[in-house]
Design a protein around this ligand. Structure first.
Ligand code: AVJ
Length: 326
């Protein structure tokens, strides 16, 4: 028995590259955005270890139907998605998180390599290690990077045509011009004959959207306020979470959810290299989550240079999955 243990084949260890330092310095970025006239914190700062877990909890909430709606669409249309995307291709998962969404499609897509990209390095490394054990034959690559400004695919990533996977309506974090620029870069990453599999949340009833981002259990409030703890760690700041409240609402004019943290009282905050005062009711903008209409989604993909595009929708969840060919 003992000798069998020793002879057991080694589990494939995923290649993991931390490319975070290659891009801009997150601490400088935070100091600048907090000192701005309209202070903000970029949404990527939500995803520390606890934030990544709180986001997983959000996806379980009845008020937040996105993830389940998307899962249903992948279940129903997986075969056709694979027919359009092609099998045996590298699958590049942007914002992979716990990697569950991509893994759902491994059966139909039969990827030649799985490339998971995420800002949350430790969380990704952990989940990727577990995933690799479940798929012993699959080459797995983890890339810790902020792909929102530029996407760096090192040489270990198999060449195109590739399938780029951008699920969960993460595209909603980009304002429309930035979404266009992002999709253009993504098209380049796909290469000729490649394709994008994109999930997008749709404009729907304001009441339902408000609840999806301000749930009665307060899970989204915890997710939002936790960003202040991550900021404290990143720039040695002294935000007291108890001084702030969660604010989230759908704005029909811009078709976006806005999330803010709002000061409950006058507060002074210090951080390494600066600080500022906030008045009671002052806000720090933490997230925009744009919602799409079907014509708007199609127009965006077309303007980004994608060709043949198929879109499926989930009536119940108000969600769309698009497969767009390059
Ligand atoms: C991960 C950006 C798709 O906008 O719905 C969930 C993040 N924020 N609840 C979204 C989020 C608050 C989520 N995305």
């Amino acid at each position: 028995m003992g000798s069998n243990d020793v002879m057991a084949p080694l589990a494939a260890v995923p290649v993991f590259l931390d490319l975070r330092t290659a891009s801009a310095n997150p601490a400088d970025e935070l100091r600048a955005s907090l000192a701005a006239d309209a202070p903000f914190i970029a949404p990527k700062f939500f995803y520390d270890a606890l934030g990544s877990r709180l986001f997983e909890a959000i996806c379980e909430l009845p008020e937040y139907p996105l993830t389940r709606a998307e899962r249903r669409l992948f279940e129903r249309h997986g075969d056709e998605i694979a027919t359009r995307a092609g099998i045996d291709r590298p699958l590049v998962d942007l914002g992979a998180g716990n990697c569950a969404k991509a893994e759902q499609l491994f059966g139909v897509l039969a990827p030649s390599q799985y490339v998971a990209v995420d800002i949350a390095a430790d969380f990704l490394r952990e989940r990727l290690g577990e995933l690799a054990l479940r798929h012993p034959g699959l080459p797995v690559v983890g890339l810790a990077q902020d792909f929102t400004a530029a996407l760096a695919l090192p040489d270990v990533v198999q060449p195109g045509p590739r399938t780029v996977f951008y699920p969960g309506s993460s595209i909603g974090n980009f304002a429309p011009p930035a979404a266009l620029a992002f999709l253009e870069r993504t098209r380049e990453a796909c290469g000729r004959g490649g394709c994008l599999v994109l999930g997008a949340d749709l404009v729907r009833d304001k009441r339902a959207l408000d609840l999806a981002y301000d749930d009665p259990l307060g899970v989204t409030a915890a997710f939002n306020l936790n960003v202040l703890r991550n900021v404290n760690r990143c720039i040695d700041a002294d935000f007291d979470v108890a001084d702030w409240r969660h604010v989230a609402f759908f704005d029909s004019v811009t078709a976006r959810i806005e999330m803010h943290v709002e000061a409950r009282c006058d507060v002074a905050v210090r951080w390494n290299g600066g600080g500022r005062r906030f008045r009671a009711t002052d806000r720090i903008h933490t997230e925009n989550s744009y919602k799409y209409t079907l014509p708007g989604l199609r127009a965006l993909l077309q303007r980004a240079g994608f060709g043949d595009t198929k879109v499926w929708t989930d009536e119940e969840g108000g969600f769309a999955v698009a497969v767009a060919a390059v």
